[in-house]
Design a protein around this ligand. Structure first.
Ligand SMILES: NC(=O)c1ccc[n+]([C@@H]2O[C@H](COP(=O)([O-])OP(=O)(O)OC[C@H]3O[C@@H](n4cnc5c(N)ncnc54)[C@H](O)[C@@H]3O)[C@@H](O)[C@H]2O)c1
Length: 287
């Protein structure tokens, strides 16, 4: 864990958007020098309403040790093409999702460091004690979470700046896990969006099917699904209890009926590229 108390100059670009607002709400609580830039009038209004001062992008990034790019992934190529030439040597560009960095869409410079960080969101197994912790499912407000980070530099001083920034923007943070940009892309989107979020959405569809098509009373269906979802995750991911013999047979039927034999192909490099190309609205990923 980094224990540095050093402060940095941090520029947040897209500070009036969803992530920009979240990271800004946390950065104001730190001693870092923070500049907020935003291009849309609605986003600018949100920044002013939050009591923060707007700064034009060239001024915000001029002396920045690290630039947090909270702009849409589809804008990152153009935004980095504009900003990277303006940075001081040794500055760090931090994106909040690995897709564009892994796809090679970001403008780079030999003396500018590229980094990516993504919040893990608070664990379903987190021991929550306060109403604020229970309410904070996204993280960054009250419930502790981990974060994943990747950096294209061997310089420990640069890593320290990224870690301090990540701990500040996603606070409260327990651990920052360091991986490569490619590994971060294998985690997000593949592991957590393509698989985990898709299954969460499928559960909702299954609930609707039980209620709307089968006619089961909604409170009964919802109650049994939410309880069993906890059991499924506690048994499956943490080994709390073995699944019952009957449940194992039903699970096997579910796999045969629902899951394709080759589903793990989603982790393959070519499939990751296809997934990212779709997300980034590209014909194909060309590196
Ligand atoms: N939304 C999430 O839950 C979430 C979670 C983790 C990571 N991310 C990542 O965070 C980043 C931002 O996503 P978001 O959902 O907050 O997007 P958003 O659309 O809510 O906000 C983006 C903001 O950037 C502004 N903007 C666009 N171009 C700009 C420019 N040239 N200069 C200044 N401001 C500009 C927009 O006006 C908007 O206010 C993306 O990389 C996304 O993948 C999002």
């Amino acid at each position: 864990m980094t224990t540095t108390t050093q402060t940095y100059s941090i520029a947040v670009i897209g500070a009036g958007g969803k992530m920009g607002t979240r990271v800004s709400d946390n950065l104001v609580k730190t001693d870092h020098t923070v500049f907020y830039s935003e291009s849309s009038p609605a986003g600018q209004e949100r920044i002013r309403a939050a009591g923060r001062k707007l700064t034009d992008t060239p001024e915000a990034v001029r002396d920045a040790d690290i630039v947090v790019l909270a702009v849409p992934d589809l804008a990152l190529a153009a935004v980095t093409a504009d900003i990277v030439p303006q940075l001081k040597p040794g500055a760090i560009v931090l994106t909040l999702d690995p897709a564009a960095a892994y796809a090679g869409l970001l403008a780079t410079r030999d003396d500018v460091v590229q980094a990516v960080a993504h919040p893990c969101h608070p664990s379903i197994f987190l021991q929550r004690t306060t109403p604020e912790e229970y309410a904070d499912t996204f993280g960054g407000i009250a419930a502790p979470q981990d974060a994943i980070a990747a950096i294209e530099s061997d310089d420990p001083a640069k890593r320290e700046i990224v870690e301090a920034t990540v701990r500040a923007i996603y606070a409260p943070v327990v651990d920052v896990h360091w991986v490569t940009i490619k590994q971060l892309a294998q985690l997000e989107p593949t592991l957590v969006e393509t698989i985990a979020c898709m299954i969460g959405d499928l559960l909702k569809e299954a609930l609707d099917e039980a209620v709307d098509t089968m006619g089961v009373p909604e409170p009964a269906a919802r109650a049994i699904l939410l309880g069993h979802t906890q059991v499924a995750l506690a048994n499956g991911l943490r080994g709390d209890n073995p699944f019952s013999d009957a449940c194992l047979i039903a699970m096997e039927y579910g796999r045969e009926a629902i899951i394709k034999d080759d589903w793990k192909r989603v982790f393959r490099d070519d499939e990751l590229d296809k997934n990212l190309a779709r997300m980034l609205h590209l014909e194909a990923i060309e590196r």
